[in-house]
Design a binder for this molecule. Structure first.
Ligand code: MN
Length: 461
């Protein structure tokens, strides 16, 4: 599985080692602003630190011509793009007279290993599905492991990145599974069958239910009092020795009671079972947000969405001083996501939400932050609220006068949202992303044309 790909990764890392050997030159790292991009960046930061290679880091939302112009004027001879770059190979090649490495899993605009002075490492070049089998942090992990076998202890970061890109679905497959094997073999990660809720490790049980967005539990999600009553009504003790109990403290009978209570209350069949494999870091303290990998991933995503990626990198590379500050960022983020969900459910019958046969358009305007709108669409697409195959398009205003829009599809589908996004946007803006999670940016004054175009394109499918 992926033998040719891994061979190629070793070849490229070997070339880099050869190139950097004996030279005292700093490397420029540019990463993408989400959990996968932050873990990819952290893996390189850690690997380069171990080699004594100096570096400078930027984490950005997307590559722009302006950004490439700035990079081209910087003195760095080597640039690494992680979790971005493959969609901009032509522009990078035009603008940068440097040795460039692109470690990415987005669909490339040029399906070649070498584009000018760019070396591209991307699973799509090997017929490996970069939306499911490996993420950028996985690509970066294999690169780092080829540089030095000791970097096997970074495997867990690649799992956190893959989870962030929704590549974990009741477990891992393909190359991601190889990474899990490494993490288990190195005694870093253990897998347990338990509740797949967010926060089971660190949060009181009622908080876990209050924060539950998948499934969305009416009267419980976003409602602390409702969550407490729900637990009491289910016949489960809320406290023990004046301490709130956590989900991990429940006995088998209580676990069953809780499952039954949730099943009877949630809005629809959730896309995912409530119980399944959960991944834990062995050496982390029980109350650490790094303990459970999904929670860790959510934290890194929130760092990105709250425009604080360096905090995320700090936590990845093990700076304990940043943890307390990090907890605050995570709390604010969860609140924004829940506010967004509550906004959606309260507006379902209004003109902000257009529900048609086969697709739904959410117009959040300035009610939801543009960095949260994709999260909202992802949660809804997994909630089974709409029929399988329904396309969700959510939009929100950005601070710089654009509209950001996220494209998702409910359940499994053969559809290519990236192509649809491009077609809808046309020349009015930018459309791209992944097959099952795409996005677009258009100027606010083009909102009406955009909606008309959405209707026209989707009605014709
Ligand atoms: Mn990614």
């Amino acid at each position: 599985m992926g033998v040719e790909f891994l061979k190629y990764v070793r070849e490229v890392s070997g070339e880099f080692l050869e190139f950097i050997k004996g030279k005292d030159i700093p490397v420029r790292i540019v990463g993408n602003l989400d959990a996968d991009g932050i873990t990819s960046t952290a893996i390189l930061v850690k690997a380069f630190s171990r080699m004594g290679v100096k570096f400078s880091v930027s984490v950005i939302k997307q590559i722009t011509d302006e950004f490439l112009d700035i990079l081209s004027r910087e003195p760095y001879e080597i640039v690494f793009f992680v979790d971005l770059g493959s969609g901009y190979l032509k522009s990078i090649n035009e603008k940068l007279e440097k040795d460039v490495y692109v470690l990415d899993h987005h669909f490339p605009d040029v399906l070649e290993k070498n584009v000018g002075k760019i070396r591209q490492v991307n699973p799509h070049l090997f017929d490996i599905d970069g939306t499911k089998e490996i993420s950028a942090s996985g690509v970066t992990y294999f690169f780092a492991k080829s540089l030095d076998g000791d970097n096997i202890d970074l495997a867990y970061l690649a799992l956190v990145g893959a989870i962030g890109d929704i590549q974990e679905n009741m477990g891992f497959t393909s190359l991601n599974k190889l990474i899990l094997n490494d993490a288990e073999e190195n005694d870093d990660v253990e897998v347990k069958e338990t509740f797949r809720f967010y926060g089971i490790q660190t949060k009181p049980m009622h908080k876990v239910l209050e924060y539950s967005t998948n499934p969305y539990i009416p009267g419980v999600t976003g409602n602390e009092r409702g969550a407490i009553n729900f637990i009491k009504d289910a016949g489960i003790k809320l406290m023990n020795d004046k301490q709130y109990r956590k989900v991990v403290h429940l006995n088998k009978r209580e676990v069953e009671k809780l499952i039954t209570a949730i099943e009877s209350k949630k809005t629809s069949d959730s896309g995912e079972p409530i119980v399944g494999p959960v991944f834990f870091l062995r050496d982390e303290d029980d109350d650490s947000m790094k303990k459970e990998l999904r929670e860790f991933s959510t934290f890194l995503n929130s760092c990105g969405k709250m425009s604080n990626p360096s905090l995320g990198i700090g936590v990845c590379v093990g700076d304990h001083n940043t943890t307390k500050k990090a907890m605050g960022v995570l709390r604010d983020y969860r609140k924004e996501v829940i506010d967004a969900l509550n906004w959606f459910y309260s507006k379902r019958k209004s003109e902000n939400i257009i529900e048609k046969e086969g697709y739904v358009i959410l117009l959040a305007e300035d009610n939801i932050r543009d960095t949260i709108i994709g999260t909202l669409a992802s949660i809804l697409s997994k909630s089974n609220l709409y029929k399988e195959g329904t396309i969700l398009i959510s939009t929100a205003y950005t601070l710089d006068g654009d509209i950001k829009s996220s494209f998702r599809v409910c359940g499994d589908s053969k559809i290519d949202l990236r192509e649809i996004a491009k077609k809808i946007v046309g020349k009015d803006g930018y459309g791209g992303g992944h097959r099952l999670a795409a996005g677009a940016v258009i100027p606010q004054e083009k909102e009406k044309e955009f909606i008309d175009s959405v209707v026209k394109v989707l009605d014709s499918l």
